[in-house]
Design a binder for this molecule. Structure first.
Ligand code: PLP
Length: 360
C-alpha cells in the first residue's frame, strides 16, 4: 500500500471539461463549442511561427522583452509591468499560487470560469461561490462575501458563458470595496470584443491589488499556441515573476504572439466581423423565440424554456454536424453557449434553431 498523498485540496478538483470536438460517425463538423476564432490566425503570425522552426534547438529568451514591448506599445502600457504565461490560465495560476493557500478564501461568481475553483483548490485554498444577478456579476454580493480571509476575487469581464459585462464604474466600486489585502483579478479573455472596454487599465494604474489578464486564444485565433499575459503594478509583477518558470514560453510562442499583436489590421477585421455576426445571430435567435442577452464576447448564451428543450436543440444541431456547448456545469442547464462563427456558420445555426423552434 502506498503512503503517498496529494496536498490538501487537490482531490477536491473536478477535472476541467473542454468544449467537445467530435460527433460520432461524422467527419465534417462545425465546432462552435470553445470560442475559437473562425478566421484562424493572421498570415503574419503563421509566417513567424514557420520562421521559428530554424531555431528550435535554441532555448528561448527568459525575459519575454520583445513580446512585452510589442504588447505595451500597442496598448499604451508599461512593458516592465507585463507578464506573459502559457495562456492567461497560467497567469491566473501564478496569482493563486503566489497569494493564496490553506485557510484562505478565493471568491468567484456563480457563472464564472470553471478554472477559478480549480486554481483555488490546487493551492489548498477555499473557493467561495457568489451568486450573480440576472446573469450579471453582482458587486454587492461579492462585497458581502468578503472576509478577512479573502485573498483573491476572480471575475471574468466580459463573463463566460454569460457574455455580459460590468461597466467600469462598477469595477471601480468593486476594487474600492474589497479588503486591501485581497487581489481583484479582471480576467479579460474577451476584452477585444467589448467595444469601448480596455480590460481595466485605469484600475490597474490606480491600485496595487488589481491585475488584468488577456489572451491570444480568442480574438487572435491562437488558442492552440497557448499564450496570454497579465498587467499589474510593479510590486505584484515582481512577485509573480519569481514563481514563473524562466522558460515557460517557447521562442515559437513568443515570436508568433509578437507578430500577431502587431498585426492590428487583422485583429480589427476579425473583431469587426465578429461583432457584426454576433448582432445578426442574436436577432435571429430572438426572432425564433430564444432568450439571449446582449453579448460583449465572441459567443452568445441561448436560453431555452427548460433543460429538456436545450438538450433537444443540442441534438438537432448535432444532427446537422454543429457542436455547441452545454453549460449545465456553469449553472445554465437550460442554456447553450454558441460561439459566433463566420457569416455562413451563423446562418447555419440560425437555420437549424429556427427549424427546431418552428417544429415545436
Ligand atoms: C478562454 C478563456 C480564458 C483564456 O484561457 P487561455 O489560457 O488564455 O487560453 C480565460 N478566461 C476565460 C473566462 C476564458 O473563457
Amino acid at each position: 500500500m502506498t503512503k503517498i498523498a496529494p496536498q490538501p485540496g487537490i482531490m477536491e478538483i473536478a477535472l476541467y471539461k473542454s468544449g467537445e470536438a467530435v460527433i460520432e460517425g461524422r467527419s465534417e463538423i462545425l465546432k462552435l463549442s470553445a470560442n475559437e476564432s473562425p478566421y484562424g490566425a493572421s498570415d503574419k503570425a503563421r509566417a513567424a511561427f514557420a520562421r521559428s522552426a530554424a531555431t528550435l534547438h535554441r532555448y528561448p529568451g527568459t525575459d519575454h522583452a520583445d513580446l512585452r514591448h510589442a504588447i505595451a506599445e500597442v496598448h499604451g502600457l508599461d512593458p516592465e509591468r507585463v507578464i506573459c504565461g502559457v495562456g492567461s490560465d497560467e497567469v491566473l495560476q501564478f496569482v493563486a499560487q503566489a497569494y493564496a493557500g490553506p485557510g484562505d478564501e478565493v471568491i468567484h461568481t456563480a457563472h464564472g470560469f470553471a478554472m477559478y475553483p480549480i486554481l483555488a483548490h490546487a493551492v489548498g485554498a477555499t473557493p467561495v461561490c457568489v451568486a450573480e444577478r440576472a446573469r450579471v456579476v453582482d458587486v454587492d454580493a461579492i462585497l458581502r462575501a468578503c472576509t478577512p480571509r479573502t485573498r483573491i476575487v476572480f471575475i471574468a469581464n466580459p463573463g463566460n458563458p454569460t457574455g455580459t459585462i460590468l461597466p467600469e464604474a462598477e469595477l471601480a466600486r468593486l476594487a474600492a470595496g474589497i479588503p486591501e489585502s485581497a487581489i481583484l483579478v479582471l480576467d479579460g479573455a474577451y476584452t477585444e470584443f467589448a467595444e469601448g472596454y480596455d480590460g481595466g487599465v485605469a484600475l490597474v494604474e490606480a491600485r496595487g491589488n488589481v491585475i488584468m489578464t488577456r489572451t491570444f486564444s480568442k480574438a487572435y485565433g491562437l488558442g492552440g499556441l497557448r499564450i496570454g499575459w497579465g498587467y499589474a503594478q510593479a510590486g505584484m509583477i515582481g512577485v509573480l515573476n519569481r514563481i514563473r518558470q524562466p522558460f515557460n514560453l517557447s521562442q515559437t510562442q513568443l515570436d508568433t504572439a509578437e507578430a500577431a499583436v502587431r498585426d492590428r489590421d487583422w485583429l480589427n477585421r476579425v473583431v469587426g466581423d465578429t461583432i457584426r455576426n454576433r448582432a445578426w445571430l442574436i436577432e435571429a435567435l430572438r426572432a425564433a423565440g430564444v432568450a439571449v442577452d446582449d453579448s460583449h464576447a465572441n459567443f452568445v448564451l441561448a436560453r431555452f424554456a427548460s433543460e429538456a428543450e436545450a438538450a433537444a436543440c443540442d441534438a438537432a444541431l448535432r444532427a446537422d454536424g454543429i457542436i455547441v456547448r452545454r453549460v449545465g456545469g456553469y449553472g445554465f442547464p437550460e442554456g447553450l453557449r454558441i460561439t459566433v462563427g463566420d457569416e455562413s456558420a451563423c446562418r447555419r445555426v440560425a437555420h437549424v434553431i429556427g427549424q427546431f423552434r418552428g417544429a415545436r
